[in-house]
Write a protein of this length. Structure first.
Length: 471
């Protein structure tokens, strides 16, 4: 597998964004919407299932960037999903590439669709919910990466210079920026992108493993002369991404009315810059930013005094509060997890993500070094075991509090039972080392790492899970 060198911005770009953030000062969230009871006092609604249960997604990205064409997706195996479930996770963000799906205009690869279906079948077997992500890095193969097909890449002859070791800077090459403009503005490319999503929704919309669709990964665009990066990002989000998402929503809904649509801002949100996205006119939309810090992506250790987590949280919660939609973070996790302060980072990050999101997908579920969640033996990489905590994938009722104390190893869920379904608690693989107690009249069943709680409507229930040792 080709390892991503995820330096999110070149040094010049870093200074531009940092200057903007410092000048902006503390980023206060927009005024709260009127929260429903299950919104954890944040003003942000929670993701729900078809029974009205409150969902929490915990999982990882699953990808094959090494193979394309006839070998596309072959690096993803049943083992990925078996191990996800065994470690206590129930969510996967599956990377797919438009250039593999439609290698020639109007020709959709039957073999690629078959492989996606096989992966979804594995996910169903292990009870993993899947988000299908239309992934791109630096637009696509025309620039040596993956994503938008070469036939859909228009540069107007503008130059492109590779940046080995700092691939994110390639987004700012004139040819790449112009290619995004054409994707957003050219009527035939708009139709082609919409048709691609129709094909996917028609084929997989009723698959029981599918939770939703991430319409485009880390979208970027073209800066105008004299425009700083933060201003450009907000304009691109408002004037190009918002119309695109509404077009793609209509395309998906022509085939699938039920599954969730995930929409991303530009990656600039990672620098604490609130998004300029407008209203997505769809009844099941999720805001799906990524959670990456420039300094840590470049190899630095976590610095709590810089208050990056707090700045990010303040910036990223403004949009979902205003639009009243759930949040799921689609990617997160630094490259070097063994630095001295990374244990503190994972504690702070997990606490923050638990406050305002309906879940997250870490980057990335693979076996080896770098970003991989697991080592070659299948054990967690340094500090990544901190992502495997007790949590409630589904709560049948109104959530009052949902907390985990990483130091004390205590998880506590308090809710008032609703009409339908069971509340589910997932325990990490050291399930035998977790003690479960329930306060309130409820039927409790435990099987391995899964706990099911049923209570009569209106019953106040508190579930406490206490660990005796870290797994």
């Amino acid at each position: 597998m080709r390892m991503r060198t995820r330096i999110r911005m070149g040094s010049a770009l870093t200074s531009i964004v940092t200057s903007f953030v410092l000048a902006a000062g503390a980023l206060a969230p927009a005024a709260d919407a009127h929260p429903a009871p299950a919104e954890q006092q944040t003003g942000i609604p929670r993701l729900t299932d078809d029974r009205g249960r409150t969902l929490t997604l915990r999982g990882w990205n699953v990808e094959d960037k090494a193979n394309s064409g006839d070998q596309a997706l072959t690096a993803i195996t049943e083992k990925h999903f078996r191990d996800l479930r065994a470690k206590g996770f129930g969510f996967a963000r599956l990377l797919i590439f438009w250039d593999d799906l439609e290698p020639r205009r109007g020709h959709y690869s039957a073999a690629y669709l078959h492989r996606i279906g096989r992966i979804l079948d594995w996910a169903r077997k292990y009870d993993i919910q899947v988000l299908i992500d239309a992934h791109q890095d630096v637009f696509g193969p025309a620039f040596g990466h993956r994503g938008i097909p070469a036939w859909a890449t228009r540069t107007d002859g503008l130059p492109f210079t590779p940046h080995p070791g700092d691939w994110f800077s390639e987004y700012f090459e004139p040819a790449v920026q112009r290619a995004f403009t054409h994707l957003y503005e050219d009527p035939d490319l708009r139709r082609a992108q919409a048709r691609m999503w129709q094909v996917l929704a028609e084929r997989f919309g009723r698959h029981p493993a599918v939770l939703g669709y991430d319409l485009i990964n880390e979208p970027m665009g073209e800066l105008r002369e004299g425009e700083d990066l933060a201003t450009a990002a907000r304009r691109i989000e408002a004037q190009q991404l918002t119309p695109m998402y509404n077009r793609l929503a209509r395309a998906v809904r022509s085939a699938d009315r039920a599954n969730w649509l995930f929409v991303e801002p530009t990656p600039i949100v990672g620098e604490g810059v609130p998004t300029g996205l407008g209203a997505i006119r769809d009844h099941r939309t999720v805001y799906a930013p990524h959670f990456y810090n420039t300094a840590m992506e470049a190899g630095a250790d976590y610095d709590p005094s810089a208050r990056w987590v707090e700045s990010y949280e303040a910036a990223v919660t403004a949009y979902p509060k205003r639009r009243h939609i759930p949040v799921v973070v689609g990617e997160w996790g630094p490259l070097n997890n063994s630095l001295p302060m990374m244990g503190r980072f994972y504690r702070d990050a997990m606490a923050s993500l638990s406050r305002y999101t309906s879940g997250w997908a870490g980057y990335v579920w693979c076996y080896g070094g770098g970003y991989c969640a697991l080592d070659a033996n299948g054990d967690f990489a340094a500090n990544k075991e901190r992502t495997a905590t007790p949590y409630a994938p589904a709560v049948a009722g109104t959530v009052h509090s949902d907390t985990y104390d990483d130091n004390a190893l205590v998880y506590r869920l308090s809710y008032t039972a609703g009409r339908r379904g069971a509340t589910e608690i997932s325990l990490p693989p050291t399930a035998g080392r977790w003690r479960v107690s329930v306060d309130g009249r409820a039927e409790v069943r435990r099987r391995g790492g899964e706990v099911s709680v049923r209570a009569r409507e209106g019953t106040r229930v508190t579930v406490t899970v206490t660990g005796t040792a870290r797994g």
